[in-house]
Ligand binder design. Structure first.
Ligand code: ATR
Length: 283
């Protein structure tokens, strides 16, 4: 009998996480003697929890809100991606050291390339939102070589702070656009990304007219509940490529699973549908 490999996801609260469905699917598919559980960890307990990962038999964990920034400080080593993004979502051990990584940028860009294979990174992009998700998206797009990113956020100051932080690393590629001016600034963008929580079930709608986006533009909404947001509906109505947010969640899970369980899993239609069915239970 092999020893059971244990991993999980920590957050506070954690009950809505879909990660156990994703990792549970792959564990079963690959017949691995392993488990992946939701673990509620209060902010006050984070440091103790992370320092006793090994004692508790865990090979690693995913980290979600509100621990993504704090967790960086508690690891032995930080990957370049996690350092640049300023947050960790995946922890694993290498040579006895605890590594903090961030796979959100990987998830974002892999899903974009899968769903919009003709998208090229040679034109400006517009990113709406300046929260935690925006950080990984900006990093992914800058690493991909996008020449200019127009960043817009309800609170302009937050966008300015984020832009100045990234502009130090990526030679002034981000310019800040006032929230009310976004529509008049998208006519040269080949990609529009919503990284705000607007349009999510229970939240206000994202009010935007995308008529001025070029005819071949891609519209990517990281909101995945509902799966087809009003923004994606209007993109489809215009005949633009619409990219939903669920694939980012699925693809970000791949590197963690590989680190803990030793097999690089695949994002398949079957897995996608399994998570969609679960989301529909809550709708
Ligand atoms: P996450 O880590 O998921 O990105 P977050 O840090 O709470 O979450 O960020 C949420 C994003 O949605 C922010 O860009 C936020 O704008 P502010 O920085 O102005 O708060 C945006 N957002 C949330 N509610 C909004 C609303 N009603 N109108 C416009 N933007 C909104």
């Amino acid at each position: 009998m092999t020893t059971k490999i244990k991993a999980g996801v920590i957050g506070w609260p954690i009950k809505h996480s879909r990660s156990p469905i994703i990792h549970g699917f792959w564990l079963k598919q690959h017949q691995i003697n392993g488990s992946y559980d939701k673990i509620p960890v209060e902010p006050d307990e984070l440091s103790n929890f992370i320092s006793s990962l090994k004692q508790n038999g865990l090979s690693g964990i995913n980290i979600t809100v509100p621990h993504k920034i704090e967790a960086l400080k508690l690891a032995d080593l930080i990957t370049p991606d996690a350092k640049a993004i300023g947050a960790a979502n995946t922890l694993w051990f290498e040579d006895g050291q605890l590594i903090a990584g961030n796979t959100d940028a990987h998830g974002f860009i892999t899903h974009l390339k899968t769903k919009a294979p003709t998208w090229k990174s040679d034109k400006p992009a517009m990113v709406m939102g300046a929260g935690g998700a925006a950080r990984a998206i900006l990093y992914a797009l800058l690493k991909e070589g996008v020449p200019q990113i127009k960043l817009t956020n309800r609170t302009t100051e937050r966008a300015e702070n984020l832009a100045s932080e990234f502009n130090k690393q990526f030679s002034d590629k981000i310019s800040v656009i006032e929230w009310n001016d976004k529509q008049s600034n998208m006519d040269d963008c080949s990609l529009l990304v919503n990284s705000t929580s607007l349009g999510m079930n229970g939240n206000p709608p994202l009010e935007i007219n995308i008529d001025t986006l070029p005819a071949k533009a891609v519209v990517y909404d990281i909101v995945y509940a509902p799966l087809e947001t009003d923004l994606l509906k209007s993109a489809k109505t215009r005949g633009l490529t619409a990219v939903d947010g669920l694939g980012m969640l699925l693809h970000q899970a791949v590197p963690g699973f590989e680190k803990w369980f030793g097999i690089r899993p695949k994002v398949t239609d079957e897995l996608y549908q399994l998570v969609v069915d679960d989301l529909e239970k809550d709708a």
